[in-house]
Design a protein around this ligand. Structure first.
Ligand code: URA
Length: 210
């Protein structure tokens, strides 16, 4: 089974991503752009969420409407760059719950090691959107989804800003059932594990820590 990759090629998304890639884009502008892009990505990634029909009463009469089915969506941020998506996505999905996953790379084994994991209760009835701007080697994304699957959420989706063929292959080798939503699949990884052409270190660019 090969996993699904949804390319988000809306002109507004592509335009903002291009501005973010430029090396002379300031921290302030980068942060603003990631905020705006997050809202657009949230719109795309929630497109096929299951819905249920409910009875409501307008000021004029009874009718039915559709609402998202199940408990609230969970935005699962892979620290720290995933946090850059939160404010923009919460503007579109204001009642979403937020979980955090902290991972670091063991310098000896190069494996992702978890140092923090906190999710809301009732995960069995929730749809999870995993957030990490750069799906590069795929190792931390695989580890994060391994851990999330142990919570048995109803569904999982992965959202990033930029990925590459290596990241997609590693991720879907382990998790072919989790679709990836991304505006861009770049050429590949360089010798330092950065996506090229990419946009640099997303966390540093969001938080101004370079
Ligand atoms: N993480 C980043 O922030 N950028 C990359 O290119 C790869 C991993």
């Amino acid at each position: 089974m090969t996993g699904q990759v949804h390319i988000i090629d809306h002109p507004l998304v592509q335009h903002k991503l291009t501005l973010m890639r430029r090396k002379d884009t300031s921290t302030k502008s980068f942060r603003q752009l990631v905020h705006e892009l997050s809202a657009l990505l949230a719109y795309e990634v929630t497109r096929d969420m299951p819905m249920q029909e409910v009875e409501i009463e307008t000021p004029l009469e009874r009718t039915t409407g559709r609402v998202i089915d199940g408990k609230k969506i969970v935005l699962a941020s892979i620290l720290r760059a995933g946090n850059g998506f939160l404010d923009g996505m919460l503007e579109v999905v204001p009642s979403a719950r937020v979980g955090h996953i902290g991972l670091f790379r063991d310098p000896a084994t190069l494996q992702a090691v978890e140092y923090y994991f906190k999710m809301p209760s009732g995960m069995e009835e929730r749809d999870v959107i995993v957030l990490d701007p750069m799906l590069a080697t795929g190792n931390s994304a695989v580890a994060a989804v391994n851990r999330l699957k142990a919570c048995q959420p109803r569904s999982l989706r992965f959202v990033c800003l930029v990925t590459c063929p290596e990241g997609i292959a590693t991720f879907h080798r382990h998790h072919p059932d989790v679709p990836i939503y991304t505006p861009a699949v770049d050429r590949g990884l360089n010798e330092h594990g950065y996506i090229v052409p990419g946009l640099g270190d997303a966390g540093d660019r969001i938080f101004g820590t370079k």
